[in-house]
Write a protein that binds this ligand. Structure first.
Ligand SMILES: [Zn+2]
Length: 76
């Protein structure tokens, strides 16, 4: 299976990992609440896992516009 990281803001694919076993600790998602995990992680029918994160360019844009942080959830 693959773990695919996609930017939640612009939809750009940031990276992908091939994993036999998905370890939620490795992904850092064990620290999230159940609700957050459901929003961020999508299990595809082919077994791949899509994780929505934020890409560098969107992160930079948000630093220029910090008020965006009030509108959405971000990984620390
Ligand atoms: Zn982005």
């Amino acid at each position: 299976m693959s773990i695919i990281y996609t930017c939640r803001h612009c939809g750009q694919e940031i990276g992908a990992l091939d994993q036999d076993v998905v370890d939620t600790t490795m992904l850092g998602i064990d620290k999230l609440s159940i609700g957050e995990t459901k929003e961020m992680i999508h299990f595809k029918q082919n077994g791949d896992v899509a994780i929505q994160v934020i890409c560098e360019s969107c992160e930079n844009a948000l630093e220029d516009h910090p008020h965006y942080h009030e509108l959405d959830f971000f990984i620390q």
